[in-house]
Design a protein around this ligand. Structure first.
Ligand code: ZN
Length: 206
């Protein structure tokens, strides 16, 4: 658990005695509240909050269980992009480091998707290691979902996403070899799934 004055200041709007697990649970509750009306794209339409929780859980399992602020940022990583939350609000509630990581991993939604995705590829290598870790865990969770709870995407959309994810992970290589291997394994599985689906449809059409 991270301790020290930096963390005490970082959570200034929370009661000062809220370290570690309590601070993380506070972030989970806030993120759940922010995403309360959203669902994941996909057949099961699971509550959106399951996704940021999975991103944080994966980082904890990869050895970052003691970095509470990183896990808080993971839990909150989509609130700037997908809800009406501002960076100032995040900074006030969770401190500058958490707000900074979330900003780094957030796209400018005013840009078209293709441009947004290209910007991530171009900028990810300059991001902080914490931001790269959150982005990597986010991509792993999303590719996992492409395989296990496929969004309503056609093959081309899936392929585009997988190509883009691969390009981003190439740019952040060396951030965390274990997570990068996990991404590579899931990517191969997802690509094989798309290919098998295509072949099956071609057969069915015969
Ligand atoms: Zn995400």
């Amino acid at each position: 658990m991270s301790r020290g004055t930096g963390r005490q200041q970082a959570v200034r709007r929370m009661p000062a005695h809220l370290p570690g697990v309590s601070a993380l649970l506070h972030a989970v509750r806030c993120a759940a509240e922010k995403h309360r009306d959203q669902r994941r794209k996909g057949a099961t339409a699971s509550p959106y909050i399951n996704h940021p929780i999975a991103v944080a859980e994966q980082l904890a399992a990869a050895g970052f269980g003691d970095d509470t602020e990183l896990l808080m940022a993971a839990v909150l990583h989509d609130v700037l992009e997908d809800t009406d939350t501002s960076e100032a609000e995040l900074a006030a509630d969770f401190g500058p480091r958490v707000a900074g990581i979330v900003r780094e991993v957030s796209d400018d939604k005013s840009l078209p998707r293709r441009e947004r995705r290209a910007l991530v590829v171009r900028h990810i290598a300059q991001c902080s290691r914490s931001a790269r870790l959150v982005k990597l865990s986010d991509l792993i969770a999303n590719v996992h979902d492409v395989i296990h709870q496929p969004p309503h995407w056609n093959d081309e959309q899936k392929q585009d996403y997988l190509d883009w994810g691969e390009a981003v992970v190439r740019e952040l290589r060396g951030t965390h070899p274990g997570l990068e291997q996990r991404f590579a394994a899931l990517l191969a599985e997802a690509r094989a799934g798309v290919k098998a689906g295509k072949q099956q449809r071609a057969k069915d059409a015969d």
